[in-house]
Design a protein around this ligand. Sequence first.
Ligand SMILES: [Zn+2]
Length: 309
Amino acid sequence: MGGTKILGIVTDGVTANVITSERMPTPKDPDKFADGILAVVETLLAREPGVKGIGVGVPGLVDYNGVLHYGPNVQGVLGLDIAGDLSERFALPAVAENDGYLTALTEHRLGAARGHDHAIIVTQGTGIGGGLVVGGQVLRGANGFAGEPGHMLVNRFGHVCACGQRGCWESVSSGAGLANIARELVEEGRGQGILAAAGGDPTKIRGEHVSSANDAGDADGQEVLDRFSWWVAQGIASLIALLDPSIVVLGGGLSAISEGFISAVASQVPEAVVGGEYRPAVPIAAAEFGAEAGAVGAALRARDYVING
Ligand SMILES: [Zn+2]
């Protein structure tokens, strides 16, 4: 479940092989949010009546009981008992989790972090998502809310984040962050090509204006990407200092913004991380799953839940 669409899939809960899938736009009315999920599940169950359990990923703070407490991209959902509603309606075991947790589960079990007991998974889209693998498990925390690296504070004088705070890592390392950095350049009197691509209005600058300027050989486009990759590297360095992983996985549309973006980030991390020259370099790998990672992880989690509770 995302801010713009709901994707439902049926799998065996072990692999990423999709037996059937269904997608629909996320209802605009927050009161219809649960109805959207129920409708997708109902359609899938009609096609595959042998389904044994249901998993849902939601962009927000989801507790151990599957209740959503906060979701800036899915407003109006406070206290929504997603797992309980599904379980009652379809008489099947159901579980709801944060989508970053599920993406990390997918990359850990089936993707780029396979075989790593300590890993950081970061997805760069409109915002930043992700999860932290510690001791072979995706970290959940005391309430189920662990793994929100996008809201680490990196600059108290920074840009306002989607969460309302100023200076979160997300505000300089996501799609919104890329646009913020481009606006900084425009305020310095540069970036005219980027500004023109946005119709001359700095508030309309988006990530794609930067990437198209860069693709066209615009030096200011490259400058924005250089500053962007620097910020991404600083955040990753902080996470490495905190968790000592053996791999970092970068996913989401932004991680593929330019040829060599991931290697540009990787080359700056050793300098930024404490004791960089005294520790093994941590490989930074591209995620193996895209937008479907959360749905695949929801099915993995549903199978675990059916078997182990
Ligand atoms: Zn934030």
